[in-house]
Ligand binder design. Sequence first.
Ligand code: HEM
Length: 488
Amino acid sequence: SNLPLPPGPKKLPVLGNILDLPTSFEWETYEEWGKKYNSDILHLNAAGINLIVLNSIKVTNDLLDKRSAIYSGRPGGVMVLELVGWNWLFLTMGYGDAWKERRRLFTRHFHSSGTSVHRPRETLFVRRLLAQLLDGPSKGLELTREMIGGITLSLAYGINIRPSNDPFIELAEHAITGLAESATPGLFLVDALPFLKYIPEGIPGAGFQKKARQWRELQQRFRTEPFERTVKDMADGTAQPSFVSEALDALEGVPDAKRRREVIRDTAGMFFAGGSDTTVSAIHTFILAMLRFPEIQAKAQEELDRVVTASRLPEYADEVDLPYVSAIVKEVLRWRPVTPFPFPHLLIEDDVYDGYHIPKGSIILANSWAMLRNEEDYPDPDAFKPERFLKDGKLDPSVRDPTTMAFGFGRRECPGKAMALASLWLTAASILHTFEIVKPLDKDGNPIEPDMKYSSSLVCHPIPFKCIIKPRSQEAERLVRAVADNTH
Ligand code: HEM
């Protein structure tokens, strides 16, 4: 093409920008570069690989949404993922038939009966969480992580998850730690240096080889063990309804059943792989924000007391009458995005945009972090301010909804969005209604302030912090125990 590439930092021969590329909190550097080069679309080159960074909602919508037929690939042959063997997750698959088949299977499960598939199970697990918090007020972070793991595994496999130390949750957690680490955006650059692949394990600096071997073993167990358990439970007649049981039932008499069974097995893995760490990150940010801003917590509790009253727990049907709680959920997703850089897309054909040539094979990085903090839509973006979404006591539809950016874009948009929002909303409403989130005290009786730091990875988490989640009143404690007794 005779057209120029989008602007970006000066490139060295062969290496391109590889020496300039940030390896942590990349989204912040790319936002700064956007300002420096006065462009919402940037071009970088990592030793021959074209990277296109999109820093605004307009450019991202124009390309990833409106031209999604050519912007929905995934960078193939990501070496680290291949080494660990995660290519069976459809999150990592290119835009082709294998991806389409799995994505269709996944979404059909939720579309057929909508929210009734996941909400009852989410309600059960959230209520169980409340009872567990009574006995472990300082274990909020661990208990919410186990709860989300339980919801995703239960919906995928119908396995009866133990309230704590469940072996399937532990296996899945360990396996996904490997995925999260190996999929960190900076590590994509290892692909630009393919010789790293051949360095023997013992050599210093090649530690990732050894890690990759351990991660591979866990990945293989995660792929098969929970699925085989459901198959066994179905044979014994003890299986609870789940994605796997319903999809396998529908296979009766279908040709090609062996291959399809493998497709079902691998699609089921996406529930935990896509839905666990992400939703946990959002819930932990919610807890952190409530700890840091007690006045916002109190306002939400005032709303809950008025609408739900102390005699019962919040339910999904209350959502429309609890705009402040809903605004908190939106602000959680905006203020500290779970995936500041969603999983990269790949452009599968040459394209032209705004007078720029965008080469086929470019890796597209949509900077959700920059979009969710743009000052035009969200003045004073650093502040945690649920009020920005409200007008006259209602959600204000004229304020851009962060959920249109927090869950990715185009045909690759997160298919678990509704489930994630439901889990997050009910957890937030239920904890706020019955508990108070407070800072623990040090030995001198002073409150321990959370340091508000975050990890830099594909899925970002607050660095673990201390908090106490204690019942708001004896009445609240009695209510939680009574409901828990009825749920078991
Ligand atoms: C707060 C929670 C969540 C957030 C922030 C989140 C965010 C994302 C993002 C940003 C993507 C990439 C989109 C893109 O490429 O443009 C994605 C993909 C995906 N998510 Fe989620 N997600 C969440 C929860 C869930 C849940 C609960 C599930 C399943 C039960 C799930 C399943 C998936 C799957 C299967 C994909 C791959 C889609 C594809 O490549 O076609 N996610 N998610």
